[in-house]
Design a protein around this ligand. Structure first.
Ligand code: SAM
Length: 298
């Protein structure tokens, strides 16, 4: 445990999918005046350097944020609005034309939450270094009383927060799945959360990898949501395999990931229906590229 550091993966295609979907959800949920809580059970370090050692070692942002940022200007008006909004939000953390800092989910959410509406952001991160870095970034951003952060098991901590006082919340569960029990825990925690707070929006990210637990997760989440009679949405983005270059050993890394949302805002499906094909067009590397968008329940 604790060998996963998100700094190696910040801004990759999986972050693009997750953060674009998070932005689309929050845009809708922050339209109502009543306070919204965002609970990020696996927050990470919050801010990442794209020009630092860890990001440079993996180079993963090159097949994610950086490729989108490079392609976007030429697309003009044909750039999908959700992709444009994602790039604009990440751009707020950077000087124009420079992509050096990547905001993780805590700062994506923080950008969209409203102090005047008394929205709250509850962050949990277990890793000793990342929780320290997160606390430092919160202080540096002068995030104020809106943000609470604790070095705790986010799965456990969620229990005590549901239902939130305003009865409006989005919960992001974004484990690293470093330990395979995370797959079962996500399901158990979602089942219990839906009993405590049935109307919350729950977004769960997962890697699409050849591992039985990962393969079965979306099917199990669908069953769980259907049993609870809750609407759900499932989206995946696969950038596929880059063609082999003779003599070059290139690590392909993660090629696809998915996001499963229970009680999605009604605006999420049309936003993703428009964004996903363009994401595949811009980020697709070859064999296996594509997307899935399906919904049900309710
Ligand atoms: N949500 C972040 C984002 O989008 O920017 C990325 C999070 S990263 C994929 C997963 C994080 O969960 C890692 O930083 C890891 O240290 C942390 N973690 C692992 N198990 C945890 C647990 N039980 N509770 C809270 N954090 C945990």
């Amino acid at each position: 445990m604790f060998s996963y550091r998100h700094a190696f993966h910040a801004g990759n295609h999986a972050d693009v999918l997750k953060h674009l979907a998070l932005i689309a959800c929050l845009r809708h949920l922050t339209k109502k005046e009543t306070p919204l809580w965002v609970v990020d059970t696996h927050a990470g370090a919050g801010l990442y350097r794209l020009d630092g050692d860890q990001a440079a070692t993996s180079g993963e942002a090159a097949d994610g944020l950086l490729r989108l940022a490079e392609a976007a200007p030429a697309l003009g008006d044909t750039l999908d609005p959700a992709i444009a909004e994602y790039l604009a939000l990440v751009g707020q953390f950077n000087r124009p034309g420079q992509w050096r800092v990547y905001p993780g989910s805590p700062f994506v959410a923080h950008t969209l939450l409203r102090a005047e509406a008394r929205d709250k952001l509850k962050l949990f991160e277990l890793h000793p270094s990342d929780s320290k870095a997160l606390a430092g970034h919160i202080a540096q951003m002068e995030a104020g009383r809106m943000v609470g952060m604790e070095r705790k098991d986010g799965f456990e901590a969620l229990r005590s927060l549901l239902p939130p006082p305003s009865r409006r919340a989005l919960v992001l569960m974004d484990p690293s799945y470093e330990i395979k029990t995370d797959y079962a825990r996500v399901q158990a925690v979602l089942r219990e959360a839906l009993q405590r707070f049935a109307t919350g929006t729950y977004a769960i990210w997962y890697p699409v990898i050849p591992r039985p637990e990962a393969h079965e997760l979306p099917r199990k989440l669908k069953t769980l949501a259907n049993t609870a009679r809750k609407p759900w949405l499932h989206a995946t983005l696969a950038i596929g395999q880059a063609p082999a270059v003779p003599g070059e050993i290139r690590k392909q890394g993660l090629t696809a990931s998915g996001i499963f949302v229970v009680n999605p805002p009604h605006t999420l499906k049309p936003a993703l229906a428009s964004a996903l094909p363009q994401l595949v067009q811009l980020l697709g590397r070859g064999r296996g590229q594509g997307h899935v968008l399906e919904s049900g329940g309710g």
